[in-house]
Design a binder for this molecule. Structure first.
Ligand code: GDP
Ligand code: IMO
Ligand code: MG
Length: 427
């Protein structure tokens, strides 16, 4: 099994970090291919709990080569803080490889992210404020700063100067902030150059050589399908390609080498930040999911918006990612409910829609049509085989599988590394 992609099926925080970590001991490389430190992945190993942002979740497995691909945007101060914090806890991070083509989050882009959101007012996206959007915008505008620019001071200065030309106009004239001197930016970035140098590689070449040698490569998405800049609920999305296609552009591995796409999907739905969310609950049931599922952001600590499972979204994730397997997570959070509503389709302005509406306006108007599945009371956190699950929990899994159109190969029953029911091996 040479290359497998892991993506989020909903609006993020489905448990991608745990799924990646679980496969860690059986893969050689784990590649983060999109996003940056807007991601927050919690991995629980015994008594230890790790919150990863910029580093691939594979960093926690001894022997794995963690790779930050070209599609990622890198905040160097965050990178080294995260590395130092893990090293202090005894995690060996020395194998980390960083693409020479990855873009750097410059300090002015952190500022522009925050002031831009304030400027939008009620139309804000609810970003994580980490400078992600402005950094990807610079990449597309061809005024971005890349990792490799750290090794040529003259080029770095030129690039920072040309980026600041327009930005200083914006900062001073639109946002009423002070202008930034190119020298300040170099003073912040250049001290990292010596520490970065030994990690940097042509990661596309490295991964091709690894695949040719028979290694297994796991490509791990940050964010998720509905936060994807092309396929998500635009403009309430992140600024990168979080779907399986992004795994190729963000790593340099061609589509012909990808064998399997596993989508991680929560047994209910959550979302952080603004934007439409048809099955969102504003009542005690939503609060119950938030408390029982500990639905508070790993990155910003914001309470996550919670709602029932949405099969329309699940089917959409199947389609745009070419999902081969689903990993259903947090089934244990639903224990104790009399019945569990599941959205099977939408009603939009009086009409039934079984697929994702074509326009955002229709999606904003979508009212869920629910099917009510019987609940279960038994504690399922110790279940390790499908037979260990009570009948109604098994029926819930099978019904979801029918609706989303691909097999649910793994069912998560708790945050621990081994708290899963494996029906079909992912590798
Ligand atoms: P990611 O961003 O997709 O990696 O997900 P997060 O780590 O942000 O959020 C998922 C949360 O759910 C984390 O706190 C995990 O420890 C936890 N988690 C993952 N799988 C399960 C599960 O099956 N059951 C329970 N109860 N928690 C889980
Ligand atoms: P993981 O990898 C959930 C959301 C933000 C905001 C929007 C844009 O942990 O699943 P950005 O800072 O990226 O420009 O914000 O995207 N968002 C996430 N929501 N999980 C994430 O990552 C997210 N990363 C970004 O809340 O609505
Ligand atoms: Mg997360």
């Amino acid at each position: 099994m040479p290359a497998i992609v892991i993506v989020g099926a909903q609006w993020g925080d489905e448990g991608k970090g745990k799924a990646t970590d679980q496969l860690g001991s059986r893969v050689d490389h784990v590649v983060k291919f999109n996003g940056g430190n807007n991601a927050g992945h919690t991995v629980v190993i015994g008594e230890e709990k790790y919150a990863l942002h910029l580093l691939p979740s594979g960093i926690l497995t001894p022997g794995v080569v963690p790779v930050i691909g070209n599609g990622v945007v890198v905040d160097l101060s965050v990178l080294f803080d995260e590395i130092d914090a893990l090293e202090a806890r005894g995690v060996d991070t020395s194998r980390l490889v960083l693409s020479a083509n990855a873009h750097l989050i410059a300090p002015y882009n952190r500022v522009l992210d925050k002031v831009g959101e304030r400027f939008l007012g009620s139309r804000r996206i609810g970003t994580t404020g980490r400078g992600i959007g402005p950094t990807y915008a610079d990449k597309m505008n061809r005024v971005g700063i890349r990792v490799q620019d750290l090794f040529d001071e003259k080029i770095l200065l030129q690039k920072v100067e040309s980026a600041l030309e327009l930005k200083n106009q914006m900062l001073t004239k639109v946002y009423n902030r002070r202008a930034v001197e190119p020298g300040e930016i170099l003073d912040e970035l250049l001290p990292f150059a010596d520490r970065v140098r030994p990690m940097v590689a042509d990661t596309s070449l490295l991964l091709e050589e690894a695949l040719d040698a028979g290694s297994t490569v796991l490509l791990e998405a940050g964010q998720a399908t509905l936060l994807d800049v092309d396929h998500g609920t635009y403009p309430f999305v992140t600024s990168s390609s979080a779907t399986s296609g992004g795994a190729c552009t963000g790593s340099g591995i061609p589509p012909t080498r990808i064998d399997r796409v596993a989508a991680i999907i929560k047994a209910y739905t959550t979302r952080v930040g603004e934007g439409p969310f048809p099955t969102e609950l504003h009542d005690a049931a939503g609060e119950h999911l938030r408390q029982t599922g500990s639905e508070f952001g790993t990155t910003t600590g914001r309470p996550r918006r919670c709602g029932w499972f949405d099969a329309v979204i699940g089917r959409y994730a199947t389609r745009v990612n070419g999902v081969t397997d689903f990993v259903l997570t947090k089934l244990d959070v639903l224990t104790g409910l009399d019945t569990v509503p599941v959205c099977v389709a939408y009603e939009v302005d009086g009409e039934r829609m079984d697929e994702m509406p074509m326009t955002q306006t229709d999606f904003h108007h979508a009212v869920p049509i629910y099917e009510h599945l019987p609940g279960w009371d038994e504690d399922i956190t110790g279940a390790r085989t499908i037979e260990d699950l009570p009948g109604n929990a098994r029926a819930y899994v099978s019904r979801l599988e029918e609706m989303i159109g691909r097999p649910i190969s793994v069912v998560g029953v708790g945050p621990d590394r081994d708290a899963s029911v494996v029906v079909r091996d992912l590798l």
